[in-house]
Unconditional design. Structure first.
Length: 556
């Protein structure tokens, strides 16, 4: 069969195999040969390696999850994204069953459950059931298994007392059967990340938002939900277009295609990514009369280079607009209450880039009145200044507000502002003086200059030509006339010009608003069964926009 998944190998951080599972024929090489071929490539290692030295030639697919290496060899032609996505699904399912983080001892101590899961997820080399909710109906998690073994007496002659009967298996692949919750609640967290490049003139060159809708459903029975999204009026007069949308299998695509913005779905039980999308914030490069507005960053940054008496200083100025919709006069007084929540949001944004689903943790952080859709705030502002390799060190570094650090390993300056300094119209500056690394040519020129000066001195001493020793008296000191030119400010050298920063990276978090302007109009249960009509589930919606990890670049 072409395009089949043949085997799976999982290795620990010491490259020792902790699990091997075959779905089809026995592989042509050993587990040690596969990991040796994988680590022979220098990092970053590619996710697909062709092993032409094996017979038959083999394709080796790989992912890394929590210091665990997942390898899958195949000897047939196969769609690469199929196997790579399947490996990610295996890692997510194992982490869902054994709680994060996924470590070798959890796999080795539950090998029977892992083997049963792999058998259900793939049938004769073809992915079969990869939904965690559906797998829980046929493979009991370790906690439930231990309770059953401790409290239930096995009936005599029973072959498999824990096997789920067909009546307990859900007809919906992504949702468990007979779901019951004492407190019914659902949360929707909308997280957007800005990717933007700004020219030295201040005009955005590119601006794109990547969004994720993170859903947490704890509803009894089988709820049928309807989510209505509201897109604001764009600069061209129409609504914001969600480009390249990707939906969870529970979403009814026919409903979305007929009425864009209407998401109809029966959710899985627990956390999942409902949808992902992109929004181009610069739909037109030539503003027209009907659409004069252009996308602007919520903060303004200007950079000045070649400053100071020796043209070796630079300055970075950050300004918060007076009319900023994300900054309120009351934010400074309540920011002390939000500091504990701000660090949590930084961790949230970092986790969202991985495979885990960050949700629920957004609830109950910070001040309830600040950071809402009615009172959005901006916080956790940080500026990163990458330094060219010509810079040896910095002198006279100072900032009007906040803390800064010169990271010599990464060769950049990190400047962070406290939330108390984020007020309308505030301006903060960072200044520093660069010291250029000496080059081989510079050293040679200095040596030659010293040598030529020594020869000239000997020549003067031998012949005592006083006519060539005219001096200039300045402020009570005598200076040779030939050195008078050095007192003037000379233009910066090419080395100094090359040592100036070329760009500035901006990091911030906005709570209570999305940069794309997308909002949730309503989230309701419109049908289903198993939930009494008298029960009104609790609903919560959160908006977070952020920029970080070099996603916003302001060029100098």
């Amino acid at each position: 069969m072409a395009g089949a998944i043949e085997a799976l190998y999982i290795y620990d951080s010491q490259n020792a195999v902790i699990l091997q599972h075959n779905w089809r024929h026995r592989p042509t090489a050993s587990a040690q040969e596969y990991i040796t071929a994988y680590i022979s490539h220098p990092p970053p290692r590619p996710p697909l390696i062709h092993l032409s030295n094996l017979t038959p030639p083999t394709l080796l697919f790989s992912i890394v999850h929590n210091n665990l290496t997942f390898l899958s060899p195949t000897t047939s032609e196969v769609e690469p994204l199929l196997i790579l996505e399947f490996l990610h699904r295996i890692a997510d399912v194992l982490e869902d069953y054994f709680t994060p983080p996924l470590i070798p001892s959890k796999i080795e101590g539950n090998y029977d459950i892992v083997a049963e899961l792999l058998g259900e997820m793939c049938d004769d080399g073809l992915p079969f059931n990869t939904e965690p909710n559906g797998l829980r109906d046929v493979v009991l998690p370790p906690s439930i298994m231990k309770k059953l073994l401790a409290n239930v007496t096995l009936p005599t002659g029973s072959l498999d007392p824990f096997r789920s009967t067909p009546s307990t298996i859900s007809t919906i692949p992504w949702r468990r059967a007979n779901v019951k919750h004492t407190s019914n609640e659902m949360y929707l967290d909308l997280l957007e990340t800005l990717h933007c490049t700004v020219a030295p003139s201040g005009r955005p060159i590119a601006a794109r938002v990547v969004g994720n809708m993170l859903f947490t459903a704890k509803i009894s029975g089988i709820p049928d939900m309807l989510l209505l999204l509201r897109t604001p009026t764009a600069r061209g007069g129409g609504g914001v277009t969600l480009e390249s949308p990707v939906f969870h299998p529970c979403v009814r695509l026919s409903k979305w295609n007929a009425q864009p913005g209407h998401l109809s779905f029966v959710p899985p039980d627990g956390k999942f990514v409902l949808a992902s999308y992109e929004v181009n914030m610069l739909p037109s490069f030539t503003p027209s009369i009907s659409s004069p507005q252009q996308f602007n960053l919520p903060l303004s940054i200007t950079t000045k280079t070649l400053q100071g008496p020796n043209s070796t200083e630079f300055e970075v100025k950050l300004t918060i607009p007076h009319s900023s919709p994300y900054c309120h006069p009351s934010s400074s007084s309540s920011s002390s209450q939000q500091n504990s929540g701000s660090s949590a949001f930084a961790r949230i944004a970092a986790q969202s880039a991985g495979t885990s689903i960050p949700s629920q943790f957004l609830q109950g952080t910070g001040n309830s009145s600040a950071g809402s859709s009615n009172n959005p705030i901006i916080e956790d502002i940080a500026v990163y200044i990458p330094l060219p390799p010509q810079v040896r060190t910095l002198l006279n570094t100072r900032a009007s507000k906040g803390d800064f650090l010169h990271d010599t390993e990464k060769n950049h300056v990190q400047w962070r502002l406290p939330n108390t300094a984020i007020t309308p119209g505030a301006t903060h500056t960072f200044k520093a003086e660069v010291v250029v690394k000496p080059t081989y040519e510079d050293d040679g020129e200095e040596d030659n200059e010293e040598l030529s000066t020594a020869k000239l001195s000997n020549y003067d001493n031998n012949y005592d030509d006083k006519s060539t020793k005219s001096t200039v008296v300045t402020s009570g000191t005598t200076t040779p006339a030939g050195e008078k030119q050095k007192e003037k400010k000379l233009p910066p050298s090419p080395q100094v010009i090359a040592s100036m920063p070329r760009s500035v990276l901006l990091d911030f978090t906005i709570r209570g608003a999305l940069l794309s302007g997308l909002k949730v109009d309503s989230l309701n249960i419109v049908g289903g069964k198993g939930l009494p009509e008298t029960v009104k589930p609790y609903k919560g919606v959160k908006y977070i926009s952020r920029a970080g990890e070099g996603s916003v670049e302001i060029r100098c």
